[in-house]
Write a protein that binds this ligand. Sequence first.
Ligand code: AHG
Ligand code: MN
Ligand code: MN
Length: 335
Amino acid sequence: MSGIKTLGEFLIERQSDYQYATGELSRIFGAIRLASRIVNREVNKAGLADIIGETGVENIQGETQQKLDVFADEKFMEALRVRGDICGIGSEEQDDFVAFESEHSKSGKYVLLMDPLDGSSNIDVNVSIGTIFSVYRRVSQIGTPAVLGDFLQEGRKQVAAGYVIYGSSTMLVYTTGGGVNGFTYDPSIGVFYLSHPDMIIPETGNIYSINEGNYIHFPDGVKKYIKYCQEEDIETHRPYTGRYIGSLVADFHRNLIKGGIYIYPNSTKAPDGKLRLLYECNPMAFLMEQAGGIATDGKRAILDIPATDLHQRVPLFIGSKKMVEKAHEFVAEFG
Ligand code: AHG
Ligand code: MN
Ligand code: MN
């Protein structure tokens, strides 16, 4: 067993990466680990739903089987609520943030934002999906209920961020500001093992990821950059390969390992893009910068964008440093 390290052991060993009390971080990760194992179990049997008749019908208690993204929202919410370190949660699935009411929770020092199930349109077709999370120190007084200002902080202030990918294997990838580390889940014993230490994105790559079906609606700079990706040039390994899953977590994870660029731009259809700053772009940007890559809205670093709304949208250009810089050149020249 020598050399095999679990997520729990790793968190203790690398506590110096984290500037606050490690016990708190361990408990927050304990909750994330537990909820992700429960969601993983449900995701894995999603294909059985029709066969065993659990979806869209009432179960024996008279409850209707819930959609997986609502299920994931509830599981993460419950797991984090009981541990008391988190005083409130902002979620894609909730219009407003949830401030936990118990005295124990009100004394929590952190808030968490999450996309409980990312890429949910891919569930029914057995394609990888994920969970994204982002953790901040609260700015309001400890002992009081969480307020909106606790959630509307700049991405630069995140103290931890990560994702779980429910793919051909399930992985948890996270950062607390001391690099990025990835852990693969062994479902037979329910443990995450360190499998991808110190993840670094290649400086350049040959994958571009964008929903080209929206091409007609894209700004000229993005259209021109897509054409650049498709041109032949031996030195820069073009034409690049087009890869787009439609789950941000899965597209990000592949590009992080192989090198590449992911773009969800603003368009005439979606003037601010589609992805949400607080629980999609900020956590991914924190991970990407920690892995040596870049994340912007085409100009500004995502992590420096002021947060004004819980569900605020921003364009996203994220990936290998040289590729994002090249895309910026096109955006700067052609808009
Ligand atoms: P969610 O399932 O949490 O709503 O997120 C879906 C997001 C993201 O995962 C993905 O990259 C993007 O939407 C895909 O959007 P398009 O279908 O417009 O390409
Ligand atoms: Mn999402
Ligand atoms: Mn989602």
